[in-house]
Design a protein around this ligand. Structure first.
Ligand SMILES: [Zn+2]
Length: 377
């Protein structure tokens, strides 16, 4: 009997989440990743959204949604995760997808294999970020394969593909030795040849302009040195297709922590950042939510709410703020049938007691979290 139960436990551990009963969330306000539908119902069967609409028939377990707000689980588009507990910390806050932007490939391989386990966030990873010898990204105590010339790009990308990474991260950071824009361009082209999304770390607007002009799919930070010249912004909008993960929270928190800025100076930085984010949003550039934990002591979970509140404060309409952490990351990073509550999508969902459409800080009013249709909170 003891052996039998041990076998059952192992079986469950390996298969992750098991078959679930069907249920209906009734009479709820639904944000489906695209629009808001008032007073509707959602049928979940075997972890998948089976139907959305008022006329759901049959005998199902009911979750009363009246007065509540249902939305897809959140994604943090910029993290550095290296410990299994971080996957649980994120999931408890309703953050069920983490997009890692530089880390130890071997450890992360193990963590990505926990995607389908109960109670964890799903980790998607860049593996090692592309950087120069001694450049940004080499200071974290693990060895990083670096690049010295554009010809290195082909093998470097082949190694990441071999390691099973989900996307490619490129670091252009001139405060230390950095890879050149020629190397970055070669990396972007090679990543695209291998069907990988290529995103870039920059800190200066000039580098942002160059790396995006060379075809990068996105930036994992916004620049911190003022406004991008209007003609460059117009040029990028006209000729390139890209998104920005501005990491406002990170950029604000590092002001006193790293640069010794006063509260007043930090407030000015924040104001300028939010203005620039809104300017990008107004230009039609998709804005995605990411917070770069554990930098600046940011956590993997609830701190993502603060980024959404910043976006809202910048003047981005609530529905687009919600997209920044749900459907936009799913579409831009091709992370499968997630980010929406529509027929055929996996039932990774949050039920809130208050609507974030009224005030973005209501995002913290999460009453229930489902992963694959299984309640984890
Ligand atoms: Zn980062």
């Amino acid at each position: 009997m003891k052996l039998y139960s041990t076998i059952v436990i192992i079986w469950f551990t390996f298969l992750g989440i098991q078959a679930q009963e069907s249920f209906v969330i009734k009479n709820v306000t639904l944000f489906d990743g695209e629009t808001v539908i008032e007073n509707t119902s959602v049928l979940i069967e075997e972890g998948i959204v089976k139907k959305v609409g008022k006329d759901i028939q049959g005998d199902h377990k009911i979750v009363e949604g009246n007065g509540r707000f249902l939305m897809p689980a959140l994604t943090n588009c910029h993290v550095h995760s290296f410990m299994v507990p971080q996957l649980y910390e994120a999931a408890k806050a309703g953050v069920l997808n983490l997009l890692d932007m530089h880390g130890l490939e071997t450890m992360q391989h193990y963590m990505t294999n926990m995607r389908d386990q109960e109670g964890t966030a799903r980790l998607y990873r860049a593996g090692y970020a592309a950087t120069a010898p001694g450049g940004h990204g080499t200071q974290y105590g693990f060895e990083v394969p670096t690049l010295e010339k554009p010809e290195d790009a082909k093998q470097w990308i082949a190694d990441r593909v071999e390691a099973g990474v989900d996307h490619i991260k490129i670091i252009v950071e001139p405060w230390k030795t950095t890879i050149s824009h020629e190397i970055a361009k070669a990396l972007i082209e090679e990543a695209h040849a291998q069907n990988k999304v290529a995103v870039a770390h920059i800190s200066k607007k000039e580098d942002a302009y160059k790396v995006l002009s060379n075809g990068a799919d996105g930036l994992v930070h916004i620049w911190g040195d003022g406004q991008l010249p209007q003609e460059q912004l117009d040029d990028l909008v006209k000729n390139q297709n890209f998104f920005v993960i501005p990491t406002v929270l990170t950029n604000v928190l590092v002001q006193p922590l790293f640069y010794g800025k006063t509260a007043e100076e930090t407030a000015k930085v924040e104001e300028a950042l939010l203005k620039e984010v809104k300017r990008l949003y107004d230009a039609g550039i998709p804005i995605l939510a990411g917070t770069d934990p554990p930098n600046a002591e940011i956590n993997m979970g609830t701190d993502l709410y603060k980024e959404l509140i910043f976006f809202s404060k910048a003047g981005i309409p609530a529905i687009d703020v919600l997209k920044s952490a749900t459907s936009l990351p799913a579409t831009k990073f091709n992370i499968g049938n997630t980010g929406f509550i529509k027929e055929g999508y996996i039932a990774d969902m949050l039920l809130l007691s208050k609507s974030p459409l009224e005030a973005m800080d209501h995002i913290s009013s999460i009453e229930m979290i489902w992963k694959d249709g299984v309640i984890i909170k």
